[in-house]
Design a protein around this ligand. Sequence first.
Ligand code: NAD
Length: 248
Amino acid sequence: AGRLAGKRCLVTAAAQGIGRATALAYAAEGATVIATDKDVGKLADLTAAGLTTQGLDVLDDAAITAAIAAAGPLDILFNCAGFVHQNTVLTATDAEWDFGFALNVRAMWKMVQATLPGMLARRHGTIVNMSSGCSSIKGAPNRFVYGTTKAAVIGLTKSVATEYVSQGIRCNAICPGTVDTPSLGDRISANAAAAGSEEAARAAFVARQAMGRLATAEEMAALAVYLASEESAFVTGQAILIDGGWTL
Ligand code: NAD
């Protein structure tokens, strides 16, 4: 039996990148996985792989309520959805601020709010939240709104962990360095002009990691499996760095 045998999990932003790798890893460990994303079309191959898939835009409160009601009793919630704005305190717009907080923070609150009552009723549940090394842990250039929201994710995580530590609920945050995912490709393209070329923009992201390479989404999924499983039964409220030495 796998490390998550018999567990029921819901993953947000599961269509690509870390969410997708984690949904597949949870399934490989024997869990029943409900893989959700706002982009239903990109979930098709997960359906083919045997996962339950469900369209879910986490900015839609009513859709969250409906998806959690339909999901059945959940043991594990992985809140992966998030967006990376590239801006500074001087260049950020109100729209970027509002969108960053709505997706990276408020939607996470609404997902936890919808899921917790069921977990509390069974006195059992594990919540994994996606933060970043760029948060309250570390600053990064051109990541003003992003780092501010990901710091809030750590605060949210510690609040949930503290409130329910004696009721069978654990809540932890994953804080990655730079991970090779489709949206990183978008950020590299956006920086190519300033860096001189696409290659130079990519090299700048690689250089941040002391190990001299980017992380894979599968490396993030391995931590998400650990935090979801009983192996981490004594771990709660933690912001766990997985950053290839970025913060050394
Ligand atoms: P990604 O950015 O490539 O993909 C994001 C996915 O989220 C897409 O499938 C998209 O459809 C989905 N999505 C976007 N808005 C949504 C919404 N409103 N509701 C539901 N789904 C939505 O994936 P990634 O790079 O693996 O990032 C996933 C998470 O990891 C994000 O929270 C990100 O901030 C965080 N993170 C990424 C890195 C990195 O270097 N890639 C580093 C640290 C943290």
